[in-house]
Design a protein. Structure first.
Length: 499
């Protein structure tokens, strides 16, 4: 295994692939450099002199500027590097149309074809509260249903879930609409074979208005219960509906469908200095491959595009998409600024400990998850997919909120890269991909796939093929670790006033 990597020929730093000690010598571009400090794996070392104020280059782009004179061999971190990011910017469209020569393969997966033609990779029965006041009832219904169906022949295929949230009332304007849109998206998601929409009755998210918002939905698979209007036991009434939904779902069968029906969300969390070297590039290669098969991928975490946004803007297929991406970026910057927060204050303590020093450093690694395919669509928060290919989605970087948003947009699966590790999952299978082998070995109950093998001699084409096979297995029904553990939840974006 190499001790370091220079990612781009233009870079002024290298990244340590393993811990290195003060006094160790490395040879970069034919010249010998002595390390001036102990440097952890994933962290950066200067390979040329950089006076204070000089831009530091990684991935071929600036990741901030030196705030003191930096010497060759010096450890570069958040203590001597500062972001260049400020406020909103004016952008120009300089389209980059890279031709990807990825062959189309006649691969399929076994999914559940819904009445509207969408395809699910799971066939679950859900209770979706319109308001947080009925969370307890929703949970009790699911607990009783699990007890009654424990020995049903389809019990392993038909998971049962109540999707708790705290909203649906006492919200105004955009927050109220965001809640309604995300709940609508969950109800309409193809990974469910039946949904009980559970309402209190007096909430702002009025049940009849919400049901109208669903449009032309399958009324045999989506049922409403307004608990305040039930004369008697609402649990008994709810169980009657759930029995009906479960019986229908039990009749559903998987069938072969083309891989073009697969929609995958791209997310990272607990990133480290290897994220942009191993896991994110692997996911990017998969995203390009999936798009070449006619499938769809979605990149979100808009604040983690800051510093790399022009790369995405110039990959937009049209000037209209470019303008939508400019709005996507600047609107989120305005959101930060309206709360008195700087746009570059992003890397978490875990990110910094893992080797990410600035938001640009994070963004340039983060955006590699979407490969090199052109941008075909741009979605607002809560929007449902309309366009095949690579899409950009407005949502924050927060792991729970962003993953929920990806699933809400229509993704049947979320690919989640991580260098620090995390157990959580959203309401669709959430596959964890580690950036390093140590995490994979330490958390075998969290991590589904190890991308750290890329710096241990496994070639990208070989690892990509293993990764594709695993994703198809998951689409065919193999549970991800978050599903096995029962770590599943939703989180809805909130910005405004609570009444």
């Amino acid at each position: 295994m190499d001790k370091f990597i220079k990612i781009n020929p233009a870079d002024s730093v290298v990244v340590c692939l393993q811990p290195m000690q003060k006094g160790e010598k490395i040879v970069v571009d034919g010249g010998e450099i002595e390390l001036l400090q102990d440097t952890p794996a994933g962290h950066k070392v200067m390979i040329k002199e950089a006076p204070s104020g000089t831009d530091i280059i990684k991935y071929g782009y600036p990741i901030g500027h030196a705030i003191k004179d930096l010497k060759k061999g010096e450890w570069v971190n958040e203590n001597n590097l500062k972001t260049n990011l400020k406020g909103t910017l004016t952008y120009e469209y300089h389209p980059v149309n890279e031709e990807l020569t990825i062959p189309h393969e006649s691969k399929t997966f076994k999914g559940y074809v819904r009445k509207n033609g969408e395809v699910g990779i799971r066939n679950e029965v859900w209770v979706v509260p319109t308001v947080g006041c009925v969370n307890g009832i929703a949970e009790r219904l699911i607990e009783k249903m699990k007890e009654e169906t424990a020995h049903h022949p389809n019990a392993s295929e038909i998971a049962l879930h109540a999707w708790h949230h705290n909203f649906g009332c006492s919200q105004l304007s955009e927050d109220h609409e965001n809640t309604r849109k995300v709940l609508r998206d969950i109800v309409l998601h193809p990974n469910t074979g039946g949904v009980l929409v559970l309402s209190l009755g007096c909430e702002n998210n009025q049940p009849e208005d919400f049901m109208a918002m669903l449009g032309d939905y399958d009324k045999s698979r989506v049922k409403l219960l307004v608990t305040q209007r039930v004369e008697g036991d609402e649990i008994e009434a709810g169980m009657e509906i759930l029995h009906e939904l479960y019986a229908q779902a039990a009749e559903d069968k998987r069938q072969e469908v083309p891989l073009s029906k697969l929609r995958v969300g791209l997310k990272c969390g607990g990133s480290d200095g290897l994220s942009g070297i191993t896991a994110n590039p692997l996911v990017g290669e998969f995203s390009d491959w999936l798009v070449a098969q006619g499938g769809t991928s979605i990149l979100t975490e808009v604040p983690e595009m800051f510093g790399a946004e022009t790369i995405l803007m110039n990959r937009c297929k049209t000037e209209e998409l470019f303008q939508q991406t400019v709005t996507l970026i600047n609107d989120f910057k305005e959101y930060f600024l309206s709360h008195g927060e700087p746009v570059g204050e992003n890397p978490s303590p875990g990110n910094k400990a893992g080797g990410i020093s600035t938001l640009e450093d994070k963004a340039l690694g983060c955006t590699q998850k979407c490969g090199r395919a052109p941008v075909s669509g741009v979605l607002a928060y809560g929007d449902r997919l309309q366009t095949e290919g690579l899409n950009l989605l407005s949502a924050p970087g927060n792991d729970l909120v962003a993953s929920t948003a990806l699933a809400s947009a229509g993704c049947q699966l979320v690919l989640f890269t991580t260098g620090r590790g995390t157990p959580f999952g959203t309401f669709v299978p959430t596959m964890k991909i580690s950036t390093n082998s140590k995490l994979f070995q330490n958390k075998p109950n969290w991590i589904d796939f190890n991308a750290g093998q890329l710096v241990e001699g496994v070639p990208m084409p070989e690892l990509l093929r293993q990764f594709i096979d695993l994703i198809i297995d998951v689409a065919n029904g193999q549970p991800t670790l978050n599903e096995k553990n029962g770590y599943r939840e939703i989180s809805i974006f909130k910005n405004g006033v609570t009444l």
